[in-house]
Design a protein. Sequence first.
Length: 491
Amino acid sequence: MADPRGFLRTRERELPRDRPVAVRILDWAEVHRHPTGEADALAVLHRQAGRCMDCGVPFCHHACPLGNLVPEWNDLTWRAQWRDASDRLHQTNNFPEVTGRVCPAPCETGCVLGINQAPVTIRNVELSVVEEAFDRGLVTPAVPQRMTGHTVAVVGSGPAGLAAAQQLTRVGHTVTVYERAAAPGGLMRFGIPEYKLPAAVLERRLDVMRAEGTVFRCGVEVGRDIGGDELRLRHDAVVVTVGSTVPRDLGVPGRALRGVMPAMDYLVPANHAAVGEPVPGAPVATGLDVVVVGGGDTGADCVGTAVRQGARSITQLEIMPPAPHERPAEQPWPTYPAVFKISTSHEEGGERLFAVSTTELVGDDDGRVAGLALQDVRRGADGAFEPVPGTQRVLPAQLVLLALGFTGPERGSLADELGLEVGPRGAFVRGDDFTTGTPGVFVAGDCGRGQSLVVWAIAEGRAVAAAVDRHLTGGTQLPAPIAASTVALRA
């Protein structure tokens, strides 16, 4: 283990300081600092990694679907054995530089130390290890020693698709990733703001994948630019990882007004602009009163983006009451608790309203949104939300962003041509081994699981790669961390 008395010597969590709010809202650079090679930062990392107790049953393993070897790379980080720490980290996670930035860290809520202390800073140790590894030149392409002669198509380049492609490439299959956007990465590139996950971080990893042999065909939409039958003729297996991208809508009067849109219709062009690729006619929050409907991470991303664009006011609405600040008794360790969170975007500006429901969108004479009518709500005896009398009011709003989650993958020619069935929850139907009713066609990621965390998408990508390899060769040595039916630990 690391320092046997580390958790007794160092009881406090220490994290690198974020860039000051007054500075970071002036640009799109990353909010968090990730110093590498600095003596002070390494000293903090040494202390924090040393807090790991190397538990007899490390629940951090089970809280994360990837099964990350957390105690092992904590120990190696404490010893400053960067190559070995990086190797352990990459054994279970293809993209720790992504999960270390945007994953909500269920591993930390499962940390045994967290029962009566602040948990180990697992996510920051993870990110620090991979950043040190890149900085020291320790992340190198794993080029296959022999080719199998089999070809695989991966449709979609989000975390599930990229993980599947990298795993399959490394065991010698010829893998082509088809992405309809102009660059790979899916919503990691265009849906998560640049200040949280810079495109350069993705490109750095994509360069490694290209060197390993993965081929990317961007600007190609399966079902439009290439048919499903042709795709199956060209490849021995097809892996569909197109994500869950159909936004959940808001069914209230005034929804059709101009200036009311799903969050991604706002965030995607904003991310293009942040990297110097402005989209003509894209919605911009400059000088406007912005209302974000939805209290999750996507809603917070809208807040941070609107702050940087110079919105006049920003209000984020949540139908649920504020979560407690401490772990609720009905969500005991090691389950993932619903606790009150303040994101970096919330630190930067805007107002948050809880236990409110939108009743109408009010327009002006030109058919553009001018306000949002809302009212307070509370739980009734039957558990349903009911209005609180006398709480109706109207917020000024010239831009309303709907961040209400997603209902499933897009329907259409891709699903029809590959023979994919849509289940009752809106996701593509697949077996426990990620197979579908069409031979040689597999489904993984959010399009099969439903909207989920990036670690679940990567885990599905790794698992489907093992299933495809077994289908093509009769066996596999690739790890399969989860089955399609595996779910998170719940109370």
